[in-house]
Design a protein around this ligand. Structure first.
Ligand code: ZN
Ligand code: ZN
Ligand code: FE
Length: 764
């Protein structure tokens, strides 16, 4: 006779298991199998005790991860034996508070299919309610004050639930069981429409009213998940131009929210990978090639052949599109130029004076700003350009356990990073640390991330640039061990960490600006690197940057500098293409500046080399935003089918290689004299870079035996260069590692800083 053998097991589950419907899932699993016991949230995740027939208990343990709810991400399950007791039935019991918190927090995600159906169901009690959500969807990170993730510690604390919402919240079998932002028309937050001067607009339907203003071509500030957006009808050219003028944003592209996937496919080429990306619960902005018949006006993304599209992700977005009259809205972060995105109603109304005509606000507080994430697809893989809403604070999984480190990132596109064990937590996009508002946001982000992750690091990693805000901030922190990390070493280490590499690699770090160990401005670097140290084995030859940062804003200065460097007294004559455009006196001034070496720091930057070429082919003499000239140079290269690249020189100084640009410029100037198309010149320049970097890597492999290459730095956002170089390197048998989850640009360097500092501080 089969004897029923009873056992009791304790199961600790860690990962993203709170606020994602994990306990009701476990409850159902247990009650279906008639198992006894209990589950509770703990600072480390969830703790389950389960008792019953040994077969049923084992089956239960196996299923915990197998069919977990969509937002759950289990990283570890630990099982222990316990003595049986008299338990009958399964219970969800009170959370344990305090102690060291190791649980992972879910990012903010898009409304789920069930909630969307209820939103538009006239029979549902939440019909058209803009804050509908459940355990499978809605805000998390941005409404969270502290751990554990319980309503009292979120910005929903000020909305006591009505009896009906409370019943759902308490019912383990309900989709809204312990859904912390659970709310309805009776008890939850509400929207209001405000005029530009502040007063509330008297209307029974603020959303329909907002939609009407958008149809009229007005600029409406819309409060979202991680901050305010400025919205205009994306197909209304005058409205788009008005927004550009008011926001003082000349050329930088705006993101466009489209009503649905069909609209996205009418505007852009959407392949299978991009389609999946657009529909992910994170709802990133996806950069896609425009279709020739795209009806979105040029003013949305001047000079660009791509558009950044994303799908609606909050119930409020869906309601705006349903109220209708438009299929696409420009939805750009509500700020002035590079300041942080606005999150507080009054602050938004004040800061956006003269920009927004109307404000669609609500009274659910955003506790932490979080911009939209931006991605693209290349070589069949999705690539993060800006990793923020929807992805933060989910960790990057590391290959090895690391001590706790805070890394404070660079100056532009700043993010910070906290490591703990095998997890690296990258912050949301903090932005350019060039004004007081972003300094405050930086400090808030550090404080908030440290608190909700309960990580108290003793080591702090920073850039070598002495004047960066992040460096100065790091050096002011008392009682911390400080580790300075070179910018391009951080880029390469970031790529290594993301790919779980250990040991030594060949690293290509190409970007605009990074402070070098010799005090010059680096940016065209080939390193032999591991997590402890690096050797700079090759770089683009140094040229002066006349006027320092002015040379970044005015690419023609770099053209003059390169020509003067190579052709000396001849430069004046060779600069003719520039002079023809009325720059004669400017060129003379720069040549004098270079002669005397006034305010002309040396740079090996790859980005500045792109600038010089862009200016020489007559593409752009001034930029409105970082890397604009380089982006436009890549765009025009798409028109050419040229297969031959310009020559670069490889100059040997012992073991050190210098990439000489003189042969390239000689050929380029001959091409401009012969009126060769700019698209052809651009393509030859790109292909030349691919050749010379491939040649250098091949030489390094021969010298060192290393065959792993890491590509990092903002220049690799250039798809032509990136895809060609990957293909060439792989064709000669190298193993190429690239970024996907972490941005290749400066948004990714905090990860590299953190892993380097962690290894240095532990001496391994
Ligand atoms: Zn839902
Ligand atoms: Zn309610
Ligand atoms: Fe960089």
């Amino acid at each position: 006779m089969h004897e029923l053998m009873e056992v009791r097991r304790g199961i600790e589950v860690s990962g993203i298991v709170q606020g994602v419907g994990f306990r009701p899932y476990v409850y159902r699993l247990a009650t279906e199998r008639r198992l006894a016991g209990r589950i509770r949230n703990t600072p480390a995740g969830v703790d389950i005790e389960i008792q019953g027939d040994v077969q049923a208990v084992e089956d239960f343990v196996a299923r915990i991860t197998a069919e977990a709810p969509p937002l759950a991400r289990v990283t570890e399950v630990r099982v222990r034996d316990l003595p049986c007791n008299g338990d009958r039935g399964f219970q969800i019991v009170e959370s344990i508070l305090g102690g060291a918190v190791h649980t992972l927090i879910s990012p903010d995600v898009a409304i789920c299919g069930d909630c969307l159906r209820e939103l538009f169901d006239p029979g549902d009690r939440r019909y058209l309610y803009p804050f509908i959500n459940c355990t499978n969807c809605g805000p998390r990170f941005t409404i969270m004050r502290d751990l554990p993730y319980d309503r009292a510690l979120t910005s929903m604390a000020t909305f006591p639930m009505c009896p009906e919402c409370q019943r759902e919240y308490d019912d383990p079998l309900d989709r809204r069981f312990h859904a912390q932002p659970n709310a309805c028309w009776r008890c939850g937050p509400h929207v209001e429409l405000w005029g530009a001067a502040g007063p509330k607009v008297d209307t029974t339907d603020s959303i329909a009213e907002s939609a009407a203003r958008l149809r009229d071509g007005s600029v409406v500030a819309v409060k979202g998940l991680g901050g305010f957006h400025l919205a205009v009808d994306a197909t209304n050219q005058r409205a788009v131009e008005k927004l550009r003028q008011r926001k003082r944003r000349v050329g930088k592209p705006f993101a466009v929210m489209v009503r649905d996937l069909a609209t996205a496919e009418r505007f852009c080429e959407v392949d299978a990978t991009a389609r999946a990306l657009l529909q992910q619960v994170q709802r990133p902005i996806v950069i896609l090639p425009r279709r020739p018949d795209c009806t979105v006006p040029e003013a949305v993304a001047p000079g660009h052949r791509d558009l950044g599209l994303f799908l609606p992700y909050t119930p409020l977005h869906h309601l705006l599109f349903a109220a209708g009259g438009f299929t696409a809205l420009v939805m750009t972060s509500a700020n002035l130029s590079e300041e942080p995105i606005a999150i507080v109603n009054e602050e938004a109304a004040w800061r956006l004076q003269g920009i927004a005509d109307w404000f669609l606000v609500h009274n659910r507080e955003i506790l932490l700003r979080c911009d939209d994430s931006v991605m693209r697809v290349s070589a069949g893989r999705s690539r993060q350009l800006r990793r923020s809403r929807g992805y933060v604070p989910a960790p990057i999984l590391l290959a090895e356990e690391l001590p706790r480190v805070l890394a404070v990132g660079g100056e532009l596109k700043n993010t910070i990073c906290l490591t703990d064990g095998r997890h690296a937590f990258l912050s949301q996009h903090i932005g350019d640390l060039e004004n007081l508002e972003s300094h405050r946001f930086f400090e808030e982000a550090v404080e908030h991330l440290r608190r909700v992750l309960e990580i108290e690091p003793r080591t702090i990693a920073h850039d070598l640039h002495p004047d960066y805000f992040s460096t100065r901030w790091a050096l002011e922190q008392d009682g911390m061990c400080k580790v300075g990390v070179q910018h391009h070493h951080a880029h390469v280490a970031s790529c290594m960490a993301e790919n779980g590499l250990t040991g030594k690699v060949i690293g290509l770090a190409l970007d605009g600006t990074g402070y070098g160990s010799d005090g010059h401005i680096w940016g065209g670097e080939v390193l032999l690197a591991d997590y402890l140290d690096f050797e700079r084995v090759a770089h683009i030859e140094y040229v002066p940057m006349p006027g320092g940062t002015a040379a970044i804003r005015e690419p023609w200065r770099m053209a003059v500098s390169h020509l003067a460097h190579h052709f000396g007294g001849e430069a004046q004559r060779i600069c003719a293409p520039l002079i023809r455009r009325g720059r004669e006196s400017d060129v003379k001034l720069i040549l004098r500046m270079l002669e005397r070496g006034v305010n002309s720091p040396l740079t090996s930057s790859c980005g500045r080399l792109f600038d010089a070429v862009a200016a020489l082919v007559g593409l752009r003499e001034q930029v409105d935003y970082e890397a604009q000239a380089a982006i436009e140079l890549e765009m025009i290269a798409r028109d050419s089918t040229e297969t031959r690249g310009y020559d670069f020189a490889i100059i040997e100084h012992g073991d050190h290689l210098i990439i000489g640009t003189r042969p390239m410029f000689e050929e380029l100037l001959r091409d401009t004299e012969r009126h060769i198309a700019a698209s052809t010149i651009s393509r030859r320049f790109h292909l030349g870079l691919v050749q010379v970097f491939t040649e250098i890597v091949i030489r390094l492999r021969a010298r060192t035996g290393l065959d792993r290459v890491c590509l990092s730095g903002g220049t690799f956002q250039n798809l032509l260069l990136f895809e060609r170089l990957v293909a060439r390197l792989e064709a000669v048998g190298l193993r190429v590692f690239t970024h996907s989850e972490v941005p290749a640009g400066d948004g990714g360097i905090s990860l590299g800083q953190a892993v380097i500092a962690a290894h240095r501080s532990s001496g391994t």
